[in-house]
Ligand binder design. Structure first.
Ligand SMILES: [Zn+2]
Length: 340
């Protein structure tokens, strides 16, 4: 690439293979700019020290440790950065050029990474908080909000935009089976942080909206279809619930009329009336009804009449069933009685 617009500084086919150190300083500085903000999106999900820790080597440490030439370039870049942002880094030159020359501007006292490990990268205030979307840099909550104003939690992204985990985080982060035939989607940019002891995943809302449009098409139309489907589900459920309640009540009216009357806040007289209705429906004569009041007496009388007299000695329930005699059981069980 031409360094001054006249001659290329690197002949890739003929020069030595050490292409890095022969790059012009501005390109090396550009590389350093890109290395400074590192990011581990899952930083809140594992317990190992984050890359923001000063005990953890930074990519710039590795580059600086490569050789004297690159160390000098990294120092030069750090010097430039500290001076250019002196308003927040509070950078000052040391008293003598000799002292200044010995200074480690990356990791020494007042060095860039030393400073960045304890200060918000945007406003320079002391901060121990990592930026959510660039976990390698410190960032106060105020600056985080100002720099990335449209953050959205994963839960909100899923419910608001009707998206699944794998549609936000890619297949690698999801146990869900990807629909066959559709191309796998790459993960969106995201970050994690701990709030109230729970790891929370955040995305940028414009990214999520764009992903939802890609998957659902017109979002307003998709939302109205979803609402209509939800209303239809609700309606079907209400009809089903109503039918189940009616069936249960009908069973209770025939089998536990006193308990039903009590449950519905009605008098015992009404329960007795219900029994009367049942007797009338069954066609039994008053003398056929057992002496004890209640539904069991009616059932017993009906069973006896259907069996042509009182149950024979030793006749078991199964025998009665086998002979097609009436057996009344709980709700949901089909009854052979014509009065039930
Ligand atoms: Zn700040």
């Amino acid at each position: 690439m031409p360094s001054n617009g006249k001659h290329p500084s690197v002949h890739l086919t003929t020069d030595s293979k050490d292409y890095l150190t022969v790059l012009p300083p501005e390109l090396l500085h550009n590389i350093c700019d890109h290395l400074l903000p590192n990011h581990d999106p899952q930083v809140a999900l594992h317990s190992t020290p984050s890359t923001t820790s000063i005990a953890q080597p930074h990519a710039l440490d590795h580059l600086s440790a490569t050789c004297r030439s690159l160390r000098a370039e990294v120092q030069s870049w750090a010097h430039h950065f500290l001076r250019a942002h002196a308003r927040i880094t509070r950078y000052k030159e040391l008293k003598t050029p000799k002292l200044q020359a010995k200074r480690n501007l990356l990791r020494g006292k007042g060095g860039l990474l030393t400073w960045a490990a304890k200060h918000c990268i945007f406003c320079g205030k002391s901060s121990n908080r990592s930026a959510i979307l660039v976990s390698g840099l410190k960032c106060c909550a105020k600056c985080d909000k100002a720099q990335w104003p449209d953050k959205i939690t994963k839960t909100a992204a899923k419910t608001t935009y009707d998206l699944k985990d794998h549609q936000l985080l890619g297949q690698a982060h999801s146990s869900a089976i990807h629909p066959q035939g559709s191309p796998p989607l790459p993960a969106l940019r995201y970050g994690t942080y701990i709030t109230s002891n729970v790891p929370t995943t955040m995305f940028l809302e414009p990214d999520v909206r764009a992903r939802a449009q890609l998957i659902h098409g017109d979002l307003a139309l998709h939302a109205s279809r979803r609402a209509a489907a939800a209303a239809e589900r609700q309606r079907k459920k209400a009809v089903k619930d109503q039918a189940a309640a009616a069936k249960e009540r009908a069973w209770a009216a025939e089998n536990t009329p006193f308990a039903l009357a009590e449950r519905e806040g009605r008098s015992k007289d009404e329960a007795i009336k219900m029994l009367g209705d049942l007797i009338a429906k069954s066609g039994l004569l008053p003398e056929e009804i057992m002496e004890a009041p209640g539904i069991e007496s009616i059932k017993m009388a009906l069973e006896m009449r259907n069996a042509g007299g009182p149950p024979r000695d030793g006749m078991q329930l199964e025998d009665m069933k086998a002979e097609g005699l009436v057996v009344v059981e709980g709700p949901g069980v089909d009854c052979e009685c014509d009065w039930l």
